[in-house]
Design a protein around this ligand. Structure first.
Ligand code: SF4
Ligand code: SF4
Ligand code: SF4
Length: 332
């Protein structure tokens, strides 16, 4: 059940007592993929490193209507050269970068999608876990998994800035606005604000090579499996922008690593990846297990003394009571 800020203020003193009695805030239950779940398939063997995805991600998400980077009164977080916004030079995900393209390079870096003397690109953003650890530890349900689409979204008006989500996420995705006096968590929300009008993830919309495609997760899984069964060097019609797109690019299949990243990792994710280079070389932690992370994180968080958690909640309630935020009408 979602609670809003007013409910939280009313319930917080009782919540502290509840925690002090040893009860947990969320149940660690294995979740299943929603039949309508949507996500992204990123095929590193097709990526040309143009960063168009990052540009459109920032463009779309700085817009007022639902953008994950939009915040009233905040300047658009572009870099500027004189009067002109320029492409980001960020090297990591941050409170102004929801997605990032990185490069693997070894030796001469001449062989595309090869380990030795090779190179590959990789795209990082929220994995939209089927059972998201970030949402399971959030004491006020500021992070929430939409039941139908499965997008893991964030309600900034509920957030109390405890940063539990940052500790819990096995992929290091949520970022905190350290430079703000009204700090919030920032992360990719799958561009879910575009779904009601038929839109989809902005990164896929601008990807010219077919490396990032959006669609139902079940179809993305099938597409990924199909690609793994392709013969190296054989031509294949790769769909562009969406998995069901009629726009296709005929390209020779690369030699894939026999793994769909996100099928099982952290209990399964709605962002899936294919690559020609092992995923640990692309920066993915090889120690991420197949177990749902809420189970693991709650094993840890339940060991935090209940009194500390109670004090945290009481402090958060006090923080909200004094915080100068937009009025309830504006929030709606
Ligand atoms: S990758 Fe991290 S932030 Fe994204 S849904 Fe999973 S746990 Fe949450
Ligand atoms: S889904 Fe949207 S917010 Fe997430 S990386 Fe793509 S464009 Fe950015
Ligand atoms: S737009 Fe597509 S090809 Fe360009 S960097 Fe992003 S994922 Fe790679």
């Amino acid at each position: 059940m979602a609670i809003n800020r007013r409910d939280f203020l009313k319930a917080s003193s009782g919540g502290a007592l509840l925690l002090a009695s040893g009860a947990t805030v969320a149940e660690a239950e294995a979740k299943e993929l929603s039949p309508d779940a949507v996500g992204i398939l990123y095929d590193a063997t097709l990526c040309i490193g143009c960063k168009s995805c990052m540009v459109n991600c920032k463009r779309v998400n700085t817009l007022e209507k639902g953008g994950a980077l939009y915040k009233p009164g905040r300047d658009i977080p572009y870099n500027y050269k004189g009067d002109f916004p320029i492409w980001d030079e960020v090297t990591e995900l941050s409170d102004t970068a929801l997605s990032i393209i990185k490069a693997y390079k070894e030796g001469t870096g001449l062989n595309r999608n090869e380990v030795e003397n090779g190179f590959s690109f990789v795209k990082n953003h929220c994995m939209h876990c089927i059972d998201p650890a970030c949402a399971s530890v959030c004491p006020v349900e500021a992070l929430y998994k939409e039941p139908a689409s499965g997008a893991v979204i964030y309600y900034r008006d509920r957030c109390i800035g405890c940063r539990y989500c940052q500790i819990a996420c096995p992929f290091g995705i949520p970022k905190f606005e350290w430079g703000s006096n009204d700090p919030l968590i920032v992360k990719c929300q799958l561009c879910h604000h575009r779904f009601p009008e038929g839109g989809y993830s902005a990164c896929c919309e601008f990807c010219p090579s077919g490396a990032s495609i959006f669609g139902p997760v079940k179809e993305l899984r099938e597409e990924a499996k199909r690609r793994l069964s392709l013969t190296y060097g054989k031509y294949y019609d790769f769909p562009v922008q969406t998995v069901g797109s009629e726009r296709k690019l005929a390209k020779q299949a690369s030699r894939y690593i026999d793994r769909i990243y996100g099928m099982t990792e952290a209990g399964g994710t709605q962002y899936l990846l294919l690559a020609g280079v092992p995923f640990d070389m692309l920066g993915f932690n090889p120690q991420i297990s197949d177990q749902e992370y809420p189970e693991l994180t709650w094993d840890y968080i339940q060991k935090v003394p209940a009194l500390i958690v109670g004090l945290l909640l009481a402090g958060a309630a006090s923080y909200y009571a004094t915080r100068n935020r937009d009025g309830e009408d504006k929030e709606k």
